[in-house]
Design a protein around this ligand. Sequence first.
Ligand code: ZN
Length: 144
Amino acid sequence: MSLVISTALLESIRTHARTAGSEECCGLLLGARESGHVAAVLPAANVAAEPRHFFEIDPAVLLRAHREARTGGPAILGHYHSHPEGNPTPSPVDAAMAQGDGEIWLLVGSNGAAQAWRAVPSGRLHGRFEPIALVEADAPPAAG
Ligand SMILES: [Zn+2]
């Protein structure tokens, strides 16, 4: 499987990461689960107590996205977050937070490099993540 995202959406995530400065930014990836196409990006506040080293997506944004997904809106493919001083590789803390439920984790590193991962029951990284291809393409607009 791969994650397909338009250049514009990926650039909006990079901009979010840059704007957040030394703090981790985060947000949701919305789209079609079957194809792995990202239709929309939903930036969220990082409400973690130490946003320089951790991220926690604003629960109000999560709630709203889940409610919209239940009522015909785009599915939640996963989420993104940045590592302002690191690589776009999930940390052991990320692995401890991950459910292993197939959710997509998109990470942006200090230099804007992006890498997509999938949280699985037993992955090669920290026993939790498998790298997946990040396909940068201009996707058609999502239905719904
Ligand atoms: Zn992380």
